[in-house]
Design a protein around this ligand. Structure first.
Ligand SMILES: NC(=O)C1=CN([C@@H]2O[C@H](COP(=O)(O)OP(=O)(O)OC[C@H]3O[C@@H](n4cnc5c(N)ncnc54)[C@H](O)[C@@H]3O)[C@@H](O)[C@H]2O)C=CC1
Ligand SMILES: O=C([O-])CC(=O)C(=O)O
Length: 332
């Protein structure tokens, strides 16, 4: 099992690469970035775990060397937010970064699972899909927007209400997209059941929806969530790898192209969104089945979903349009 991290020298990339290096399911780990990968790879390579680590820069055909033969490519490349910015403000720079890296995937490892972390996820995943479509290698079962951090936050924050000592014991579907109001936690479908006092529900939902802003503010200009994101990215990547190796019964919310996943069409009809994060059952080929939790939403959650659909549709269109009608270089 060969894993690639593209953007491996960054705030997320380094701890994510560390977690992949110590994961016994990974045989080869290849780090790609525009800076510092030789150093990060050498550092990680001294850890006494089986994965063989290599690091590449763009020079000397580095992307080809790094990506060739990859089974899974995780992409946290791109700039993070500073206070006052929205995730959509990152589009200008990150759209092109994701487009070019996914072109590399299409060329060098077209059958790999592709996990997009770079923001704005609501737009970068459609960008990745359009690039793969143009190259004739799009397999919707293998393209995932990583929304696991929203799930992790929901688990953590709900424990402050439920009093559960181990927050990871909760299963909470968090659906929609990955920014502000497009993030919709369905606490009514939490397992085990949680009773949330009515006067605490708005604040809890808001904290999940704007958890990213909480970190951006606390880091005060030095970036956004990196360590919790590395944990979440690894948690999702490990599930993909376990399912690829034949483990069954693995379900995790992730942002997918609904029409390409079994059960997705019905969800697309209700949401009106081509891409949506829903709990997805994973299998050896990637997304096996999208699970409809939307129709079970209660009235409070249905209101949240209406706001989600509105914002998400525009984000998706913006991503698709970026590839279909590429921005023209400025005239001299
Ligand atoms: N999906 C999610 O839940 C989350 C997504 N993010 C997003 O992840 C992205 C990365 O965040 P950080 O690691 O904090 O940023 P960072 O700036 O610390 O690291 C980004 C890395 O990407 C590299 N990079 C830039 N252009 C590249 C290219 N063309 N090819 C390869 N590597 C390239 C940079 O050299 C840098 O090492 C941001 O867009 C951020 O918004 C952050 C947290 C959560
Ligand atoms: O908030 C950000 O910009 C980073 C992110 O996506 C998150 O922490 O959920």
């Amino acid at each position: 099992m060969k894993a690639v991290v593209a953007g491996a020298s960054g705030g997320i990339g380094q701890p994510l690469s560390l977690l992949l290096k110590i994961c016994p399911l990974i045989d080869e780990l290849s780090l790609y970035d525009v800076v510092n990968t030789p150093g990060v790879a050498t550092d990680l390579s001294h850890i006494s775990s089986p994965a063989v680590v290599t690091g590449y820069l763009p020079k000397d055909d580095g992307m080809k060397q790094s990506f060739s033969g990859a089974d899974i490519v995780v992409i946290p490349a791109g700039i993070p937010r500073k206070p006052g910015m929205t995730r959509d403000d990152l589009f200008k720079i990150n759209a092109g970064i994701v487009r070019d890296l996914v072109k590399g995937v299409a060329e060098h490892c077209p059958k790999a699972f592709v996990l997009i972390i770079s923001n704005p996820v609501n737009s970068t995943v459609p960008i990745a899909a359009e690039v793969l479509k143009n190259a004739g290698v799009f397999d919707p079962k293998k393209l995932f927007g990583v929304t696991t951090l929203d799930v992790v936050r929901a688990e953590t924050f709900v424990a402050t209400v439920s009093g559960e000592k181990d927050p990871s014991k909760a299963t909470i579907p968090v659906i929609g997209g990955h920014s502000g109001e497009t993030i919709v936690p369905l606490f009514s479908q939490a397992k085990p059941k949680v009773e949330i006092p009515a006067d605490r529900l708005d604040a809890l939902v808001n904290r999940v929806q704007f958890g990213g802003d909480e970190v951006v503010k606390a880091k005060d200009g030095l970036g956004s969530a990196t360590l919790s994101m590395a944990y979440a990215g690894f948690r999702f990547a490990e599930k993909i790898v376990k399912a690829a190796k034949g483990e069954t019964g693995i379900i995790e919310p992730t942002f997918v192209y609904l029409a390409g996943v079994e059960g997705g069409d019905a969800i697309a009809k209700v949401t009106g969104c081509e891409y949506f994060s829903v709990p997805v059952e994973l299998g050896p080929e990637g997304a096996l089945k999208a699970i409809d939790v939307v129709s079970g939403a209660n009235d409070y959650e249905k209101n949240l979903l209406e706001a989600c659909y509105k914002g998400l549709k525009g984000n998706i269109e913006k991503g698709v349009d970026f590839v279909k009608n590429p921005p023209q270089p400025a005239q001299k």
